[in-house]
Design a protein around this ligand. Structure first.
Ligand SMILES: Nc1ncnc2c1ncn2[C@@H]1O[C@H](COP(=O)(O)OP(=O)(O)OP(=O)(O)O)[C@@H](O)[C@H]1O
Ligand SMILES: [Mg+2]
Length: 452
């Protein structure tokens, strides 16, 4: 039995080619141009999936969605629209849409979405409640932070992950650029395709082209076999170009051509291959300044910088330091089979007031080392102080009041996230088990009535 898809759209030329594509993918397809017709078809045929545009004559797509969710909640609905806005996306997903796609429809993307939905739907026919679709669609489990600016960044990622736009991530060393790049990929339609990180400053100039674009056998001394480049490996997925500002001007020109033409030509080949890649780039330099002094091409800058994410330095998000300490202590204790239950207030005070030139990576290393060296269950200042650079130790000890402990932070963290996140998600963020989260809640009187 083929799955049957009902396509509702009044742009006939579009439905025709989409119908053909879906038919070739092995689906049975019925098309109609308005919601009224769609509802008639639903009454006398068995349909597995509906794809509807929002702008329809008469009943519009969102209203149609509501009617279907009422009458036939088991049938998944994909909403499409040429007029993308966050509001309609949210409205569709709240209304129970299985997904939301902006036009022009990229067929490969749609194909993946349909497959996923039909598979999930088969698995959960009985469980038709689609509440929480929005939350489930986003996965930030291993990203810690409650600083306002940082939360805003995570909100932005939700909005941009599903688009095709290239993203530039700017931030000092160790601020989480790669982590954020992966989060964008993981929350995009490309999630089942490769994510390939490439450090531009680590690839020698003369090998750059062949590494990235590939080469054919014999095209230069040493090219013993025909080799696919990293861009081709990444086809369909995301390429993360780290340290982009370090790219030389000639290589910038080559990269620009790939981004503009969406095709690559392997070294020694006279034929170009089409590629579909989302580029996420990162730099710790002031790349705009680099364009002003002529070290970075501005046409390339505008191509990669459709969306910019600026990650704050750790010293500017001090409220997150204790959360991260807690998270890393739990993480490394677990990984190393240790039972560390505490860190002294003095140690916390020092860490919170430190300047963190190496940002989160530096904090992570220091905690990992402290956990490994710790011989009892408590991390004290002696275990951390030696690794901090004197010039970054602050003499103003007033950020944390002396009574504020890791417990207070954990407690405020739980209170902050419990309305928007599941128990499992909060436990994951804190790096503890659900059982231990439950115990903490009970101890602190944070058990909600409906849990009992
Ligand atoms: N918000 C966060 N929550 C948890 N861990 C984080 C967070 N941000 C960064 N990290 C961790 O810190 C380390 C450094 O992050 P990442 O490699 O993404 O930074 P980067 O900006 O790419 O650094 P670099 O400039 O050195 O390449 C990683 O191990 C990452 O998992
Ligand atoms: Mg990095």
């Amino acid at each position: 039995m083929f799955n049957k898809i009902l396509l509702v759209d009044n742009e006939i030329h579009l439905t025709e080619s989409l119908e053909r594509f879906l038919f070739e993918e092995g689906y049975d397809v019925i098309t109609c141009i308005n919601a009224e017709n769609a509802l008639e078809i639903l009454d006398d045929q068995s349909i597995d999936l509906i794809i509807t545009d929002i702008m329809l004559q008469g009943i519009n797509g969102i209203e149609l969605l509501k009617i279907i969710k009422n009458k036939r909640p088991e049938i998944p609905v994909i909403i499409t629209t040429a007029y993308a806005s966050l509001e309609t996306a949210v409205e569709s997903l709240r209304g129970g849409a299985a997904d939301y796609i902006t036009k022009p429809i990229i067929y490969e993307e749609l194909k993946q979405v349909i497959r996923k939905i039909l598979k999930n739907n088969k698995n959960s026919r009985e469980n038709i409640s689609r509440k929480g679709t929005i939350a489930q669609n986003f996965d930030f489990k291993n990203i810690i932070g409650q600083n306002n600016e940082f939360i805003k960044i995570l909100e932005d990622i939700k909005k941009i992950a599903k688009s095709r736009s290239n993203v530039l991530i700017v931030g000092e060393t160790g601020t989480g650029k790669e982590l954020i790049a992966r989060a964008i990929h993981n929350n995009s339609y490309r999630v089942n395709q490769p994510f390939i990180p490439i450090n531009c400053s680590a690839i020698p100039e003369n090998l750059f082209e062949s590494e990235l674009f590939g080469h054919i056998k014999g095209s230069f001394t040493g090219a013993l076999i025909t080799k696919k480049g990293l861009f081709e490996e990444a086809n369909g997925g995301t390429v993360f170009l780290d340290e982009i500002a370090d790219l030389s001007l000639p290589l910038q020109a080559k990269l620009l051509r790939v981004i503009e033409d969406r095709e690559i030509r392997p070294v020694g080949s006279n034929q170009s291959n089409k590629i579909d890649i989302r580029f996420i780039t990162a730099t710790s330099k002031d790349i705009f300044k680099e364009t002003l002094i002529g070290r970075f091409r501005d046409d390339l800058y505008y191509r990669i910088n459709v969306i910019t994410i600026k990650l704050p330095s750790l010293k500017d998000r001090k409220e997150d330091i204790v959360l991260l300490i807690n998270y890393f202590i739990n993480k490394y204790s677990k990984e190393n089979g240790k039972k560390i239950s505490e860190i002294t207030p003095e140690a916390i005070r020092i860490l919170v007031n430190y300047g963190w030139p190496g940002n989160i990576r530096e904090l992570q290393n220091i905690i990992e080392r402290a956990v490994l060296l710790c011989e009892n269950e408590v991390i004290n200042e002696a275990l951390i102080k030696d690794y901090l650079k004197d010039e970054n130790l602050s003499i103003i000890p007033n950020f944390l009041d002396s009574k504020l402990s890791i417990t207070d932070y954990t407690r405020s963290f739980i209170i902050r996230y419990e309305k928007t996140h599941s128990e499992q998600e909060i436990a994951d963020m804190l790096g503890i088990t659900r059982k231990s989260l439950w115990e903490k809640r009970k101890k602190w009187g944070l058990i909600r009535k409906n849990y009992n």
